[in-house]
Design a protein around this ligand. Sequence first.
Ligand code: FMN
Length: 224
Amino acid sequence: MNVSDAVRQRRSVRDFRPDPVPKSLLTEVLDAARWAPSGSNIQAWRIIAVAGAERDAIVEMTRSAASAPGFGKTADPFPIYPPELWEPLRTRRYALAEDMYRALGIPREDKPARLRHVARNFEFFGAPVGLFFVIDQRVAHGQWAHLGMLIQTVALLLEERGLGSCMQEAWASYRPQLAERFGLAPTEMVYCGMAVGFPKSENPVNQFERSRITLDELVDFRGF
Ligand SMILES: Cc1cc2nc3c(=O)[nH]c(=O)nc-3n(C[C@H](O)[C@H](O)[C@H](O)COP(=O)(O)O)c2cc1C
């Protein structure tokens, strides 16, 4: 598979087969991903990979944390989105939700079913492996962008090996619990997670047509 194919074929997988991912395969991917670039090569990142009992314990942890009083009431100092998205960003976000819930056969007004799908994030969408990307809170904005380089590199290397992934900012909801579980340093935090496994390709949620802005919207060519 060449890079262009990997970029085009990778998609967010939201339903996985339970088949285990061999540790050797994951190790190969993560070892290759070390070569992702970062400004000044500072590599202000690390990954926690979970499978088996540790993965299951995290899934269980989310269930008990979510039912604890006061869950989700404290404002996250590193919110994933600004409180109000503006246009055209708002519409793009809405369009993704529409496409995804249509593929899942969930009508717009069925909020409980939508919430059940969102909750599948915290089962890694059935994937046997979860990755957590950890960043130090003391970094500047640049290092957050650097971390994105690593995340996409991992995703493309997985794609090359026939594995699927879904990046998961949803895990931000459980940052304090994950920090405690992993024994993170006080300055560290989980930025996002990633579900990794073999896709259930037959599920329409893994097949719906995705959209992107046009090349003209993306690029302002000057001086060519
Ligand atoms: C950093 C990052 C975090 C994401 N978090 C989630 C998530 O928590 N749950 C989810 O279902 N999709 C998540 N996504 C997937 C995006 O919705 C998806 O990348 C986007 O709709 C484009 O679709 P594609 O990945 O299938 O090409 C995330 C994507 C990125 C890049």
